[in-house]
Design a protein around this ligand. Sequence first.
Ligand SMILES: [Zn+2]
Ligand SMILES: [Zn+2]
Length: 116
Amino acid sequence: MSDVRQPMPRPRTVGEYVAARSQMIDTHGEPLRLAYCASCAREHFTVEPCAAEAACPRCASTSSRCRRPSGHEADAWHVERAAAFEQLCAAREAAGLPQVARWPENAPALFPWPAG
Ligand SMILES: [Zn+2]
Ligand SMILES: [Zn+2]
């Protein structure tokens, strides 16, 4: 697992995260690049696995949002999906691919988000 850490503290809100994104780096120390992804219909880092590759074990969503039992979109990913995503990132890193570097606090790369 890479020792490279983001150069800023872990954002506490999505707003702080959005502000930090342009300064964030990957596990090889290179700047991250954002790109629009047609598979999940949102912008994410090019090194990140796509949400479409991390189906949720609980609600089976493969879109960028999890779904509530009502069918409405959930505010955050289910914890099982966040864990599956982290495992996917770790497997790619172990295979030598750059991934989003972890926060200095040693928290998971991006998930779970604190409430807002
Ligand atoms: Zn995607
Ligand atoms: Zn889910």
